[in-house]
Design a protein around this ligand. Structure first.
Ligand code: SF4
Ligand code: SF4
Length: 427
């Protein structure tokens, strides 16, 4: 593997919209009549499943598939389970979709209320793993990769998205409470808050060191942020945790703060809707809300060959059904008109070099893509620097042959991680 470090990065060049440029008053969606929750586990034997069609559930109730399940979801409405079915996500990840039809009357589950006055890492993991912002609290439990620094990110990881900038600007108290809880339950004192440089003056005291970062894309991506605020390189193939760093979104930290302040689990996700006409609107809605509810509320029609993208224009992923739900980490919903879609082609690479010039990690993308197209992922990783890629998507954006380079990169990383985990589990 050729080691390429983040300090070699080229200057970022794509302006990102800041929350103060975008509308700061979110549109609050009403409580959905139906939610779909995706549990990252599949049940082979329905007899062993703790959840059954027809079961009543309360708002905030923790739902596990089996007694021994590590994963769970949190019901975001009160109602009845109307179906449970296997769901296959991107690149073949398997989930169980739990569909809940809502009742008129909302009843809150009070399990969290019994523990919230005494915050611990265990009860945070037990109740907040599916909170808005998807706090990755398990990162703090690995003795082989002790975390020494927490970065709270008030930036967004795609152009046109303003979700975390909005949270850090408007939910200062919740973020501050979340930081206090994090210090208490993890014992980590080094906590940094990262905010956009042009609006840094507007933030008050939040109980952690404030760092300002240029909001030009891709400087807002975690690899760049870590280099800019800590001066640390993430060597190719290493994770942030390998360097003792945990990266949490501002929304995840605000969720932790709100939960331990009130004893109520946060259930409402903030996301940026990017409409076909390019307008952006912030929305708050319950986790599990079908995208179709949002489209209806905004009278946005998805026609044949339009695209529904979860995430922003550079890094988002297409979904194919309007019933797809808002998830705890859904920061943006981008509806793309078919007239604005640049279709991928099967033209070969013409070695124009545009992708290499734009790549912030200086990867020889023109060579990398040849091996990815041939399915030679290990060679791509060993010789052409696949693991230095920071997933910015700029190479696809500029490719004159319209090769879906970023999709090839994601598939390759996924396939390699699958083969590594199956090798590890086979001893
Ligand atoms: S997505 Fe493309 S441009 Fe971005 S770091 Fe990876 S290879 Fe480079
Ligand atoms: S931009 Fe596209 S065509 Fe040009 S060198 Fe890169 S992969 Fe090849």
């Amino acid at each position: 593997m050729i080691p390429r470090f983040i300090k070699n990065m080229t200057t970022p060049r794509y302006e990102i919209k800041t929350a103060r440029q975008a509308s700061m008053i979110p549109h609050r969606m009403s409580i959905p009549k139906k939610v779909t929750l995706l549990c990252s586990e599949s049940v082979d034997n329905t007899e062993s499943c703790l959840l059954k069609k027809g079961d009543k559930v309360k708002t905030g109730q923790k739902l596990k598939l089996t007694e021994t399940s590590q994963s769970y979801v949190t019901s975001t409405i009160t109602g009845i389970i109307s179906s449970l079915y296997p769901y296959t996500g991107d690149y073949g990840q398997t989930y169980t979709a739990i569909v809940i039809e809502g009742d008129e009357k909302e009843i809150s589950d009070d399990q969290f209320k019994t523990v919230y006055e005494n915050p611990t890492l265990k009860n945070a993991i037990d109740f907040l793993s599916n909170a808005p912002g998807a706090p990755q609290l398990e990162l703090f439990t690995n003795p082989e990769k002790p975390i020494r620094t927490i970065i709270v990110c008030g930036l967004d990881s795609d152009v046109l998205v303003t979700t975390n900038q909005f949270i850090i600007s408007t939910e200062t108290e919740a973020v501050q409470s979340g930081i206090e809880v994090l210090k208490k339950i993890t014992g980590i004192e080094q906590i940094l808050i990262v905010v956009p440089r042009n609006v840094v003056q507007g933030y008050g005291e939040m109980g952690a060191q404030m760092k300002a970062v240029d909001e030009a894309y891709p400087a807002t991506l975690p690899h760049s942020v870590i280099w800019n605020v800590l001066g640390l390189e993430i060597p190719a193939g290493k994770s942030f945790e390998d360097l003792g760093i945990a990266f949490l979104s501002a929304e995840a930290v605000a969720s932790i703060g709100r939960a331990y302040e009130t004893g109520q689990l946060p259930l409402t996700k903030t996301l940026t809707l990017i409409r076909k006409n390019g307008m952006q609107t912030l929305i708050t809605t319950r986790v599990g809300t079908p995208i179709s509810d949002i489209l209806t509320a905004f009278k946005e029609t998805v026609n044949d060959r339009d695209r529904i993208v979860i995430g922003g224009p550079m890094r988002g992923t297409c979904v194919y059904r309007e019933e797809y739900p808002v998830l705890p980490d859904t920061d943006a919903l981008f509806i793309q008109d078919r007239q604005n879609i640049t279709l991928a082609s099967d033209y070969p690479c013409i070695n124009c070099g545009e992708c290499i010039r734009v790549c912030p990690a200086k990867i020889p993308v023109n060579m990398l893509i040849r091996f990815l197209e041939a399915g030679q992922y290990e060679t791509a990783a060993d010789q052409y620097d696949l693991y230095s890629c920071i997933d910015c998507g700029l190479c696809s954006f500029v490719c004159v042959s319209k090769i879906p380079i970023f999709q090839y990169i994601r598939l390759a990383k996924y396939e390699l991680s699958r083969s590594q985990s199956s090798e590890a589990s086979n001893g």
